[in-house]
Ligand binder design. Structure first.
Ligand code: ADE
Length: 231
């Protein structure tokens, strides 16, 4: 059955692009069931208020607990199993390909997109009674809200769901799947504007090609991402 992803945001229109491209096709094919919700639908006041000033003072606003609790309750009560509830946050654990793989094995994900100043901390406690909570960061930089981060995570997770990417072999030979960056790729013509394709790739020697690619992966990783290599 379809993997379900609920997204809660004050900018639901941001996720309209999920209709197109690979993930759009996966939705049409019944592999992905993505439901985007407006957090303000769970407010009750005339101004549809979702934030307020922080206790203790400080800059920025904090998202109020009640609309989030109502949203999480409604989604959890409508679900067949306990979801994984993800709060995109620069204060979360780092998102990696391993995280994407883990999440792709979950039948139901909820992305709770807050603004970066934060959500009332009690929302996390409440969410933990409705699902398995994870605060996840895309990287060590600050975005204005969780939406762009959620979109990146949805794409990384979605393409690992069986059937979403047409050729599963294309998933195994890419950056980060084996802990190294991917090797360089070339296509025709063999000489283009005076630049040649490495001759080994035209040799037909599959052993030599595999060895060259592995060497390129290690060299590239040493140059660009030494942090990925063991000391
Ligand atoms: N929200 C704001 N910044 C973020 C980040 N770096 N990762 C995930 N969510 C965020």
């Amino acid at each position: 059955s379809a993997h379900r992803i609920d997204v809660v945001s004050i900018f639901p229109g941001f996720f309209d692009v999920l209709e197109v491209s690979l993930l759009g096709r996966a939705r049409v094919a019944g592999l992905l069931d993505v439901r985007v919700h407006d957090l303000r639908d769970w407010t009750t006041d005339r101004h549809r208020t979702v934030d307020d000033t922080p206790y203790g003072g400080g800059a920025g606003m904090v998202m109020k607990a009640e609309p989030w609790a109502q949203a999480i309750d409604a989604i959890a009560e409508d679900a067949a199993s306990e979801p994984v509830i993800i709060f995109p946050s620069p204060a979360g654990e780092r998102f990696t390909q391993a995280t994407a793989r883990e999440l792709s094995e979950e039948p139901h994900l909820v992305f709770a997109c807050g603004r970066y100043e934060g959500i009332d901390e009690r929302v996390y406690t409440h969410a933990a009674s409705r699902g398995r909570v994870r605060a996840i960061s895309l990287g060590d930089y600050v975005l204005n809200g969780g939406e762009v981060a959620a979109m990146a995570m949805i794409e990384a997770v979605g393409r690992l769901i069986p059937g979403v990417v047409g050729n599963p072999a294309s998933l195994v030979e890419e950056s980060h799947e084996d802990g190294l960056l991917e090797y360089p790729s070339y296509t025709k013509p063999a000489v283009w504007r005076g630049l040649e394709v490495p001759p080994v790739l035209l040799s037909g020697n599959h052993g030599a090609i595999a060895a060259w690619r592995r060497e390129q992966q290690v060299q590239r990783t040493r140059e660009r991402r030494p942090d990925l290599l063991p000391d």
